[in-house]
Structures are given as structure tokens and as C-alpha cells.
Ligand binder design. Structure first.
Ligand SMILES: Nc1nc2c(ncn2[C@@H]2O[C@H](COP(=O)(O)OP(=O)(O)OP(=O)(O)O)[C@@H](O)[C@H]2O)c(=O)[nH]1
Ligand SMILES: [Mg+2]
Length: 183
């Protein structure tokens, strides 16, 4: 068995459904939080994803980043500067929200990290308001887009499984390019 560890940041505007998505994924669909409990700063969750038809297990170290403005400095220090930056960003877009400003502004500010983003439209059980626009944004940046609902368990695992698979592929590509032997 080969264990790889991948750091992932879960980002998106306040109350966009980041923690709900993560809790449902982490609890294997059993723990949807109905009431809003804002994430104070950041929470860390570790979950193993087994790559099908391979001996690889990717441990996703997921940073669930609270998006209320008072936590901006915490989020910034965890995702940039001297800290080891995340390999992937799961960027949640709330389909019930009037605006997609958070997503547009994130891509403006983080152009060099754009290719490591994965877009996740949330709360699709309630609305499909921003879905087409989120898919178009993903297409613009050549990145994947998943349409999810933590409330009804729709495609909750898909963005995390994709992330683990992509990380495993990055490892394989690195090993091949460096001519090293796979462990
Ligand atoms: N109907 C519905 N509600 C959802 C869904 N996902 C989250 N919610 C609700 O949206 C609210 C906010 O969800 P959170 O997951 O706490 O949001 P967050 O993005 O973690 O918010 P911060 O921690 O403040 O950044 C809660 O009341 C959730 O129950 C969903 O798939 N469907
Ligand atoms: Mg939260």
C-alpha cells in the first residue's frame, strides 16, 4: 500500500455550504448539519480515499476555511506566505446566492493557482441559479466543476474523489519524469 498526503483548502463565501459538504463527505453521508454554525478560523479534517484498481491511498488533509471577514488573516496565513500552500482548492459556489463575486475575485487574485482550483456548486437541492455560470467559469479556466447537494447527498464525494485521483496522477507523473522507481 502506498500512502500519499495531499493538502486541500475548502474555500468559498460565508455560509456557502463548505462545512456541510465536508461533514457529509467525512461522515459517509450521515451528518448533514441543518443549522448554520460558522467556522471560526479553520478546521482540519483528514480522510483517506482509496484509488480504485491501484495500491494507492490518498490522505486528504482538508482545511475548512471560515469565510466570515474576521477570519481573513487566518485564511491568508494558511494558504499563502510561508505556510506550505494547498495543492488543490475546492472553491464552493452557493447556487442560492445572488452573487458569484467571491469566485470571480478569487480567480483575479490567485491567477497562478487557477489551474489547481476545482469548482463546486453547492445546495443544488434548492436552486440551480449559478450553475451554468459556474460551469462556464470552470470551462474558462480548464478546470472541473461539480454540482452538489450536501442536504440530499448528491455528488458530495465526487470533488474529493477527483482531487485524490488527480493527486495520485501527479505523483505518477513526477515519478516518471524523475526516472525514480515507484515505491
Ligand atoms: N438546502 C441546503 N442547505 C445547505 C446545503 N449545504 C449547506 N446548507 C446550509 O447552509 C448553511 C451554511 O452552511 P455551512 O456549511 O455552515 O457554510 P460554510 O460555507 O461552512 O460557512 P462559513 O463557515 O461561515 O464560511 C447551513 O444552514 C447549512 O445547513 C445544501 O446542500 N442544501
Ligand atoms: Mg464552515
Amino acid at each position: 500500500m502506498l500512502f500519499l498526503r495531499c493538502k486541500v483548502a475548502l474555500i468559498g463565501s460565508a455560509a456557502s455550504g463548505k462545512s456541510a459538504l465536508l461533514q457529509v463527505f467525512h461522515s459517509s453521508q450521515s451528518a448533514f448539519p441543518k443549522s448554520y454554525l460558522m467556522t471560526m478560523g479553520a478546521e482540519l479534517v483528514l480522510k483517506e480515499v482509496r484509488i480504485p484498481d491501484s495500491p494507492v491511498v490518498v490522505e486528504l488533509l482538508i482545511q475548512d476555511l471560515g469565510a466570515q471577514a474576521i477570519y481573513d488573516s487566518v485564511t491568508t496565513s494558511l494558504t499563502s506566505g510561508d505556510a506550505c500552500p494547498p495543492t488543490f482548492y475546492l472553491l464552493c459556489v452557493d447556487t442560492t446566492s445572488a452573487s458569484m463575486d467571491y469566485a470571480y475575485s478569487w480567480f483575479d487574485k490567485h491567477q497562478s493557482a487557477a489551474s489547481s482550483a476545482i469548482l463546486v456548486a453547492t445546495k443544488s437541492d434548492v436552486s440551480d441559479r449559478n450553475v451554468a455560470e459556474t460551469q462556464a467559469l470552470a470551462e474558462t479556466h480548464g478546470i472541473p466543476c461539480f454540482v452538489t447537494s450536501a442536504a440530499i447527498g448528491k455528488d458530495v464525494d465526487a470533488p474529493f474523489n477527483y482531487t485524490a485521483q488527480a493527486f495520485s496522477q501527479m505523483y505518477d507523473d513526477f515519478i516518471q519524469a524523475s526516472g525514480a522507481l515507484r515505491v
